[in-house]
Each structure stands twice: as structure tokens, then as C-alpha cells.
Design a protein around this ligand. Structure first.
Ligand SMILES: C[S@@+](CC[C@H](N)C(=O)[O-])C[C@H]1O[C@@H](n2cnc3c(N)ncnc32)[C@H](O)[C@@H]1O
Length: 275
């Protein structure tokens, strides 16, 4: 897909997903985010950048941790995500975090500034992930760290059929290279290629729990990366796509609940010190 089109699909798709996002993904993403924090070696007082921050799940948690002297900036391509994250920060009474609309490949930030940069489950959507990792490297200080989490291999993510199910009903593929970064050592290699040192990679298994079929459907269709295409489906197309997806996750149904397997890859690295 052409890069500009991909950016538009992401921007307006996640705008649609913003109000449904946390209901579908807040809990399932905890294990990846826990590991992200551990590998970032966060300390009180740090300056933190959260790229592709969504509603701020990572940024708000980091803001509590680095307070009162540390500061967190969250950036995302979607205006609605940024707006929601700023509302959540205000209602949580956190004065040390703010959110801005920005693209991961073009960070409007000075060089060598942040102690830690995170990207939690956002890099799969960026047209040129290598460029985005290079930007992370640029904006952290020498000795600082970057950590990125992505979904793992396709055959370890039980919800993966969502993409062919939607793609068979729309003109262009929604996320053509979605699982590429989570396969083999791709992400760690990107980190090394831009100059990160001490690159570490962890692959962890997880389970996505949904209490009902409607919760499972809401997460992937309305609250996820296919939200833009889904918003344009008529009622009949929606019903057919729902039925096909439920069929694909049938092996993970336990009574009325779904326990869907998933996998995350989390990679961290340190920026070398200047001589
Ligand atoms: C699955 S959400 C992850 C949100 C959050 N980091 C979390 O862990 O909950 C993916 C986010 O990536 C953002 N995104 C997609 N493409 C982007 C880009 N090129 N630049 C910045 N953000 C992007 C989307 O708007 C969306 O909020």
C-alpha cells in the first residue's frame, strides 16, 4: 500500500476505534506493557516519550511512576486518540503528561532528549518501521533506552483471521505487513540496524479473555485496526464478517467466553554514549 494511503487509513481508522479501544484491549495488552516497563528501566524523574500512544495506557502509567519531577509526552497519528488521552490525563489529575498528534516516522522532537522512548503495539501500522525506529534512536539521549512491543507470529495469534476476513470485503489490504515485525528476529534486526546497542528481544505468550462473543467482536472490529473498513460495511456485510470471525475463534470458546491465544515480541536497546 502506498505510504500516504496507509497513514490516512491509520489516522482515520484509529479515530473511529478510539471510543471502543480500551474496552477491547486494556487488559489483553497488560503483559506486553509490563515487559515494556521492565526493559525500559524506568526511574523517577525520567523524561519519557510514548510513541503511537493511543489512549495513553503506557504514558499515564509512566507519568505516575516518574512523578513529580519526571515528564511524559505521548504522541499518536490519530486526533481522537490524542484527545481521549488528554481527557484521561486531566481526569486522573496528572500534570506531568501531555499528548500531541505526531507521526512516528517524523517526530517533532529535538535530538538526544528523552531518557526512555516506548512504542507499544504501534510499529506494525507505520509505513516504514525502520524510519520510525531511527527516529526513536535520534530523540533519546546517549545512554537512554528505547523499547518496542509488537504482536508476535501470525500462527500464535488466534485472532489473526480478522485481516483476511476484512480484506476479502474491501479494495486494499488493511495491514499488509502486520505480522512481519513479530516474525523471527525482524524487530531486533531493525534496532541493530539503526545503531542500538545491548539489543534484547523477548517473545511471550498470552491469552486474550473476552466474556462474550459481542466483547470479542467489538475488540477486533470496532476497537482495532480494521475500524475504518468496518465503519463502511452495511449491516449484511457486518453480520457475515462477524459470523466468519466467530467461526475462526470457535476453537477458543469456553461456554460463552473466549480465551484467545496471542503472542508479543518486545525488543529493547540502548543508545551508545558519545565519545
Ligand atoms: C494498538 S494501538 C496502541 C496504543 C497504545 N500504545 C497501547 O499500547 O495501548 C496503535 C496506535 O498506533 C497509532 N498509529 C498508527 N500509525 C501511526 C503512525 N504512523 N504514527 C503514530 N501513531 C500511529 C494508532 O493511531 C493507534 O493509536
Amino acid at each position: 500500500m502506498e505510504a500516504r494511503l496507509q497513514l490516512r487509513v491509520q489516522r482515520y481508522g484509529w479515530d473511529r476505534a478510539a471510543e471502543h479501544y480500551e474496552r477491547g484491549w486494556r487488559e489483553p495488552l497488560f503483559p506486553a506493557q509490563d515487559l515494556l516497563f521492565k526493559m525500559g528501566h524506568l526511574e523517577p524523574g525520567f523524561r519519557v516519550l510514548d510513541i503511537a500512544c493511543g489512549t495513553g495506557l503506557v504514558a499515564l502509567r509512566a507519568a505516575r511512576f516518574v512523578a513529580p519531577h519526571g515528564r511524559v509526552i505521548g504522541v499518536d497519528i490519530s486526533d481522537q486518540m490524542v484527545e481521549r488521552a488528554n481527557e484521561l490525563a486531566a481526569s486522573s489529575g496528572l500534570p506531568n503528561v501531555s499528548f500531541y498528534r505526531m507521526e512516528a516516522e517524523q517526530l517533532d522532537c529535538v535530538d538526544d532528549y528523552f531518557d526512555v522512548a516506548y512504542d507499544s503495539l504501534g510499529l506494525m501500522y507505520v509505513p516504514d518501521p525502520g524510519r520510525a525506529v531511527e527516529e526513536m534512536h535520534r530523540v533519546i539521549r546517549p545512554g537512554g533506552r528505547a523499547v518496542t512491543a509488537v504482536w508476535g507470529a501470525r500462527n500464535h495469534c488466534g485472532w489473526a483471521e480478522i485481516f483476511p476476513i476484512v480484506d476479502s470485503r474491501v479494495k486494499t489490504e488493511v495491514c499488509p505487513l502486520f505480522f512481519q515485525l513479530g516474525t523471527g528476529n525482524s524487530l531486533a534486526e531493525l534496532y541493530r540496524a539503526v545503531g542500538f546497542r545491548e539489543v534484547m528481544s523477548r517473545r511471550i505468550q498470552t491469552t486474550l479473555h473476552y466474556r462474550s462473543a459481542s466483547e470479542a467482536l467489538n475488540a477486533v472490529f470496532a476497537g482495532g485496526p480494521v475500524a475504518l473498513a468496518y465503519a463502511r460495511f452495511d449491516e449484511q456485510t457486518r453480520e457475515a464478517a462477524h459470523a466468519e470471525y466467530l467461526q475462526s475463534i470457535e476453537p477458543y470458546r469456553k461456554g460463552t467466553e473466549y480465551h484467545i491465544p496471542g503472542e508479543f515480541v518486545v525488543v529493547g536497546g540502548r543508545k551508545g554514549r558519545k565519545r
